[in-house]
Design a protein around this ligand. Structure first.
Ligand SMILES: NC(=O)c1ccc[n+]([C@@H]2O[C@H](COP(=O)([O-])OP(=O)(O)OC[C@H]3O[C@@H](n4cnc5c(N)ncnc54)[C@H](O)[C@@H]3O)[C@@H](O)[C@H]2O)c1
Length: 277
């Protein structure tokens, strides 16, 4: 039986990578999807972000499952724009049950990571952006009266910190944002439990997406071979990285009835990375 039949899910950063994987799998499991993405580049990172074509491809894949998609171009740093997407999507689909705060950037490579504004950029997208996604969604989940589930994509860096060759604002900002979302999660989990709304963070180790599989990251790893020696998952992982589907499996568990008594948790999908010290 499908795991989220006739539920409605909101997903940020939906155009590719983890966001697309979560969206298409939830659609396969019976959910309609509301989503948004900046679908434009960000000067804080050296690699391209998603495009409008990527966003259209996500829509195509959702609709191929037979479910509906309501997507828009919006910047997660813009509270009003995100709230508008949520309101329009819930008006169209009639309810909201699931939120996945996923949009992210990795200002962690080469010289760019030493710019002080990359610290702020990381916090803006991955901490303030998470707040902008989950906070305006809560009233819509509450209005349905059937509870719901919120998942925030963290990172193993949000559990054990990043591994830096030198302190850099971008990398510290990424780590701070991913630790910060745990505070958002704990506080919200306490506040909305009585409404049967659950809130959890999923912390993944390296995942095969364009955030880490790109030219800039390749160069960075070449320039700093010591990083690859330290970043080792104890469980053998083909290619050294998880696939987005591996993380989506845990997300699906958390947002479906299978996870109905799990809330306030940092759930790691890390091939043993955070405990192997
Ligand atoms: N790939 C990894 O190794 C890894 C590991 C752990 C956690 N994560 C987390 O998973 C999440 C998804 O990342 P991914 O690996 O799929 O990366 P990705 O770069 O492939 O996808 C991120 C998406 O977010 C969008 N986005 C970026 N800034 C935005 C903004 N301001 N507003 C709206 N959308 C924006 C991008 O356009 C892109 O579609 C992130 O929160 C990331 O930190 C990734």
């Amino acid at each position: 039986m499908a795991m989220v039949t006739n539920k409605v899910a909101l997903i940020s950063g939906i155009a590719r990578g983890q966001g697309r994987s979560d969206a298409v799998r939830l659609a396969e499991e019976g959910a309609d999807i509301i989503g948004f993405d900046i679908a434009a580049d960000d000067p804080s990172v050296e690699y391209p972000l998603a495009t409008k074509e990527d966003l259209a491809e996500t829509v195509r894949q959702i609709e191929a499952t037979g479910r509906r998609a309501h997507v828009a171009v919006a910047d997660v740093r813009d509270y009003d724009a995100v709230e508008k997407v949520i309101t329009e999507g819930t008006d169209r689909f009639g309810r909201l049950d699931i939120v996945i705060a996923n949009a992210g950037i990795a200002p962690v490579t080469n010289q760019l990571r030493f710019r002080r504004d990359t610290f702020v950029a990381a916090i803006d997208v991955m901490l303030t952006g998470v707040f902008n996604t989950v906070y305006p969604a809560i009233r819509h989940i509450r209005a349905g009266g059937q509870g719901g589930s919120i998942v925030i994509h963290g990172s193993t860096i949000g559990v054990v910190g990043g591994i830096l060759t030198e302190p850099s604002p971008g990398e510290i900002g990424y780590a701070a944002a991913k630790h910060g979302v745990v505070g958002v999660m704990h506080t919200l989990a306490n506040a909305v439990a009585a409404d049967r709304i659950r809130v959890n963070v999923v912390h993944a180790t390296g995942v095969n997406t364009p955030m880490v599989v790109n030219e800039a990251m390749g160069r960075h790893f070449q320039d700093h071979p010591e990083i690859a020696k330290i970043v080792v998952n104890p469980l053998p992982v083909p290619g050294g990285m998880l696939e987005p589907a591996d993380v989506t499996n845990t997300v699906l568990h958390l947002v479906s009835d299978a996870g109905r008594y799990i809330t306030g948790q940092s759930v790691v999908v890390d091939a043993g990375y955070t405990t192997y010290r």
